[in-house]
Design a protein around this ligand. Sequence first.
Ligand code: HEC
Length: 246
Amino acid sequence: MKSRKIQAATVFVFIWALFWLGSCTHQPGVYYDNTPKVSNNCSTDTVYFQNDIQPLLNSTCAMTGCHDAITGKESIVLTDYAAVMKTGGINLQNPASSAIYRVLSKSGEDRMPPSPAKAWSSDQSAALLTWISQGALNNACTDTTCDTTNVTFAGSVAPIFQKYCDGCHNSSNPLGGIDLTNSNQLALLDSNGSLLGAIRQKPGYIPMPLGGNKLSNCEIETIAIWIRDTTLSAGSNQQQQTLGRH
Ligand code: HEC
């Protein structure tokens, strides 16, 4: 009698263990530490969730109608670290098989973000993969140095737009009629003050990046210096008519 009970208990434990192990392999990455890890220096070898990944998710995935908390298409919400870890299909054992990474390079309608939104660049996808490979931590860095000695559009400003803005403001998806990859439009936004007004989040302007955190002081300063040092405003008057501010 006794041994039968023990047998039954063993079988039960065995079955339970199978389920438990099964749930581990099918839901990798659901165990995570939400505590933010903030470094005082930004290491070029590290990809930081808060600095590098969340802004990209905000501008390309976590918007209304897609993967914000309200819409949550396919039950995927990408608005913050905990949501990404819970719903992004992160696989720490095999980072390249993480759903959030795989969808970036799928073809046709399966690709995320879906057309007409621009696909993530290879650098952006590589950064996501590195972040997962480095443990998918809730990490951030605060760089106190701000190097503005040699500000150029390609080297300094475009990377900021690519991270925070281009997902909503490119030629195939110019939200609000604004394409930040078009120099004529940049010139217009500069000439009417709305580019700096929006990123400085001044009253009277729609705060940008929409739905995301304000750019760092260094990023805002970089864009301001570039505007000051270029002749962007020249020649923009004839555009004013068609693209004028509402
Ligand atoms: C999630 C999408 C989204 C992101 C990300 C985003 N924008 Fe916008 N932006 C919009 C929309 C939508 C509008 C138009 C809003 C309206 O007209 O009601 C807009 C409007 C603007 C305007 C006009 C503001 C005004 O007051 O007239 C500027 C300038 C702008 N965006 C710049 C940026 C810059 C620079 C970034 C990145 C730092 C950025 N946006 C990121 C969606 C976005």
